[in-house]
Design a binder for this molecule. Structure first.
Ligand SMILES: [Zn+2]
Length: 376
């Protein structure tokens, strides 16, 4: 690999770290602002509840004053009734008194209503007060937390910036400029070449470009995404070595209780030959299906409850051949929609070995596997 590319790879690590930290630092004030907005909402609610309680109190006083007023009127009418001359006048006064008494009862009902309401209002006010207190404490805690994270991020950022600056000086200016331009638009400026493809955009390279990248004599860019290309020779597994290894000694028999199980099936739906991998994850299991020869994933990752043997019985047909292989779920996620060549080669070689074994000692194999749940 070209020294410039090696340095650029290192620089990309620093560069990504710097971007991540900058994003994190920028996001924290927004988080605090969101909590503060919530706090403002609770404050408004408290003010409203307090306002309503105050209005009730004012109404109650108004009704009480009205009752006093009416009572005054009644005693005045009674005084007047002692001095009336005619029966009509007397009747008229009695009528007024009756009317005032009715008004008093109406006001008394209103006061009662306000008092019943007041209990609910009090509850509202108290609830809003409690909430405000809790939220205020929470926001202080969050702000403190945000301050701490920001300070830590800034320290880390300064460190990475220094590291990045150091690495930047070692890389040719033209290459760096190109990298940064692509990074700005695509989020990454470098792409590994695997299986003749640019892993940045998944486009196949022209054979000449591929060979140039593989030779590592000059800087090459992807024609379709413009990323700087690099090739890691340690990842290249030559098919011969795998075959040789499986020829050399007896094939490992896959463990029946392994958390991951690969199968070859010659007769899967419309696709025909496929590779299927099941992974048990605690209470769940997942299934991925790939085309046998291109390694392309067929359909989405399927997730079901329970161990894969119970969860995907329809896939475990008699024609399915169990293969050796284990890759972490995270690694498989990184493959994207296609199995990398080295993995494909290993699986194909194991299948050939399994078929040879199967063909030469079919009977023996069958009896053997009938009682070998924990055998190697
Ligand atoms: Zn590309």
């Amino acid at each position: 690999m070209l020294p410039d590319i090696e340095k650029l790879l290192e620089f990309q690590i620093a560069d990504k770290e710097i971007r991540k930290l900058e994003d994190e630092i920028a996001a924290l004030p927004k988080r605090v602002a969101a909590i503060e907005a919530k706090l403002a909402g609770t404050k408004v609610r408290l003010e409203k509840a307090r306002g309503a309680a105050k209005a009730d109190e004012a109404n109650r006083k108004k009704f009480e004053a009205a009752i006093q007023d009416l009572q005054g009127k009644i005693s005045k009418y009674r005084d007047q009734s002692l001095d009336v001359k005619t029966n009509e006048q007397y009747k008229a006064l009695m009528h007024e008194i009756q009317f005032a008494e009715q008004e008093i009862r109406i006001n008394e009902d209103r006061i009662l209503e306000v008092m019943v309401n007041a209990e609910a209002r009090d509850k509202d006010v108290k609830a809003a007060e409690v909430e405000l207190k809790a939220e205020t404490a929470e926001i202080e805690k969050e702000k403190e937390e945000a301050r701490k994270i920001t300070a830590a991020d800034q320290a880390k950022l300064a460190e990475w910036n220094a590291k990045g600056d150091g690495l930047r000086h070692g890389i040719s200016a033209d290459l760096l400029r190109h990298y940064e331009r692509v990074m700005k638009f695509r989020g990454s400026g470098l792409a590994e070449v695997l299986d003749h493809k640019c892993m940045g955009c998944q486009v196949m390279l022209r054979p000449q470009t591929y060979n140039e990248v593989r030779n590592g004599q000059q800087i090459m860019y992807c024609d379709s995404c413009q990323r700087v290309l690099y090739f890691d020779p340690t990842k290249e597994v030559k098919p011969e070595t795998v075959v040789e290894a499986s020829h050399g000694r007896k094939r490992h028999r896959p463990k029946s209780d392994a958390p991951q199980a690969w199968f070859y099936r010659p007769d899967y739906a419309e696709e025909g030959e496929v590779l299927i991998v099941f992974t048990n994850n605690g209470l769940m299991s997942t299934r991925r299906v790939f085309e046998m020869h291109s390694g392309r994933q067929i359909g989405d990752i399927l997730s079901r409850e329970g161990n894969y043997r119970l969860a995907f019985p329809e896939d475990l047909t008699d024609s399915a051949i169990r293969l050796n292989g284990h890759w972490e779920e995270a690694e498989m996620d990184e493959w994207g929609a296609e199995i990398p060549t080295n993995v494909m080669d290993a699986l194909h070689a194991d299948l050939r070995a399994a078929q040879r074994e199967h063909g030469s000692s079919h009977k023996e194999h069958a009896t053997h596997s009938a009682h070998q749940p924990a055998a190697n």
